[in-house]
Design a protein. Structure first.
Length: 131
């Protein structure tokens, strides 16, 4: 059964936000990573990862996709068969925002909904990169 793997939150001050969740709620640090257009800090509440994103350039497509200000950027759902769920997303008329053949597949939920991504089961295990 598909499950929520992580929630990604777009922030302005990456380290300050991560420190707040660590010190206030005791969320466990899971690592830092860098992509060409963003930095990440990962924390875990014992069940779900919370990933904080800071974009280097507010004009990058994924930075703009969720809006200009800090917000919940997207959430990830693990699925057994990526291609099967890409087909379901297309059938629903969702706007696909990334390459549908390469995980993670980001798309906009219909009805003005937020961004979501689907990933293969096990993609977001400790030590693996995040998007």
């Amino acid at each position: 059964m598909p499950r929520i793997a992580h929630i990604a939150v777009k922030v302005d001050e990456l380290d300050q936000v991560a420190e707040f969740y660590e010190k206030t709620f005791g969320f466990a640090p899971r690592g830092k990573s860098q992509s060409p257009d963003r930095s990440r800090r990962r924390l875990n509440d014992g069940t779900i990862d919370l990933t904080f994103l800071r974009y280097d350039d507010g004009e990058s497509p994924m930075a703009r996709a969720a809006g200009e200000k800090p917000c919940v950027h997207h959430f990830a759902v693990e699925v057994e068969d990526l291609a099967e769920y890409v087909a379901k997303i297309r059938d629903y008329g969702c706007e696909i925002l990334t390459d549908p053949n390469t995980a993670p597949v980001k798309f906009r939920i219909p009805g003005g909904g937020p961004i979501m991504e689907i990933v293969p089961v096990g993609r977001y295990q400790p030590g693996k990169d995040r998007t």
